[in-house]
Design a protein around this ligand. Structure first.
Ligand SMILES: NC(=O)c1ccc[n+]([C@@H]2O[C@H](COP(=O)([O-])OP(=O)(O)OC[C@H]3O[C@@H](n4cnc5c(N)ncnc54)[C@H](OP(=O)(O)O)[C@@H]3O)[C@@H](O)[C@H]2O)c1
Length: 303
């Protein structure tokens, strides 16, 4: 459930990445319907245009626009931030929904900037985009950053980020290992950034996404066995629209004003996360590592 804006109230702006499919698209519909100006940040112009039409129609709003970004590439993220800032002074909600998690992927790949693709897309990309848009978020009377994690992390209670080899150059890569490491790093980033922004009007929270039905047609490389596993799993999954309720809740409800540094499940309840996400030495290590990749000064001033 989300709260609509009352008449006469200035429209708030929400930017959501990976908004052309799944949970991101459903969240865009709900947040547009709640009266927000929604920026769909999508990788493919064609899929983005199709989503733009659909979100406008289903959200019954013309206040929806499309911007193009490949979240695996720093240069593309910098272009997105520049495009956004050229036309928007303020950003009220930033949702880091896009992620690489194609279980059909058999081999480790690197981006054209030379970084392992899942690490680049799911962790470094959101950190860089937040950094570049932080001043716009601070101009909001109440900026909200929402990161996205996975309930699957519960299967790996001792997991940490490998600070010596985050890109799996010297250890065995699998899509699931790379994916969960990147999602753990996002939780760590959420708590760290919330701490850095204490005393400002910007909050940072995380969504722990549970099993959500995916459109397997989007993943042509999946083996027949994996397809079968997905169709069985889908019997126990919730819909993308149901999960998107939590995104819309975190983005819009006034009650959450001032709530920061928390992780929420699909029932909008605060949940604990993996042990290492509370280990301050590990958090420092992950953020030092992240700073070296981003090349931006991640030290956030409270003003
Ligand atoms: N589904 C689940 O069971 C589940 C479970 C735990 C966590 N999650 C998390 O929930 C979020 C949404 O998942 P979903 O199920 O809605 O997935 P989905 O339907 O596959 O959508 C993923 C979205 O991310 C976009 N994306 C991927 N790589 C990108 C890139 N490099 N640049 C820009 N956009 C990119 C995709 O765009 P393209 O169309 O261009 O590929 C798509 O719009 C993700 O963060 C995922 O990790 C999902």
């Amino acid at each position: 459930m989300s709260w609509s804006m009352s008449e006469g109230q200035a429209r708030k702006t929400c930017l959501i990445t990976g908004a052309n499919a799944g949970i991101g698209k459903e969240a865009a519909v709900q947040i547009a319907a709640a009266g927000y100006h929604v920026v769909l940040a999508c990788r493919s112009p064609e899929r983005g245009e199709a989503a733009l039409r659909e979100v406008r129609e289903r959200g019954r709003s013309d206040a929806v626009e499309l911007m193009i970004v490949d979240m695996s590439l720093q240069k593309s993220i910098r272009r997105l931030a520049a495009t956004f800032l050229a036309t928007h002074r303020t950003l009220d909600v930033l949702i880091h929904n896009a992620a690489a998690f194609d279980y059909g992927q058999k081999r480790r790949t690197t981006t054209e900037e030379g970084v392992e693709t899942i690490w680049a897309t799911n962790h470094l990309g959101p950190v860089l985009l937040t950094t570049l848009l932080l001043d716009a978020l601070k101009r909001s009377e109440e900026g909200r950053v929402i990161t996205v994690s996975s309930k699957g992390l519960l299967l790996f209670p001792r997991l940490g980020v490998d600070l010596d080899d985050p890109e799996f150059e010297r250890r065995k890569w699998t899509v699931s290992r790379a994916y969960y490491q990147s999602k753990l790093a996002q939780v760590i980033y959420t708590y760290w950034l919330a701490g850095q922004l204490e005393g400002t009007a910007v909050s940072v929270n995380c969504v722990r996404v549970t099993n959500v039905r995916i459109d397997v047609r989007r993943y042509p490389e999946l083996s027949r066995l994996a397809r079968l596993a997905y169709s069985i799993k889908s019997l126990f999954s919730i819909s993308a629209s149901r999960m998107a309720n939590t995104y819309a809740y975190l983005a819009t409800v006034p009650e959450l004003r001032g709530v920061s540094g928390q992780c929420f499940d699909e029932n909008n309840r605060e949940v604990r996360t993996n042990r290492r996400t509370y280990d301050l030495e590990h958090v420092r290590g992950v953020m030092d590592l992240t700073t070296r990749y981003i090349g931006e000064d991640l030290q956030v001033s409270a003003t």
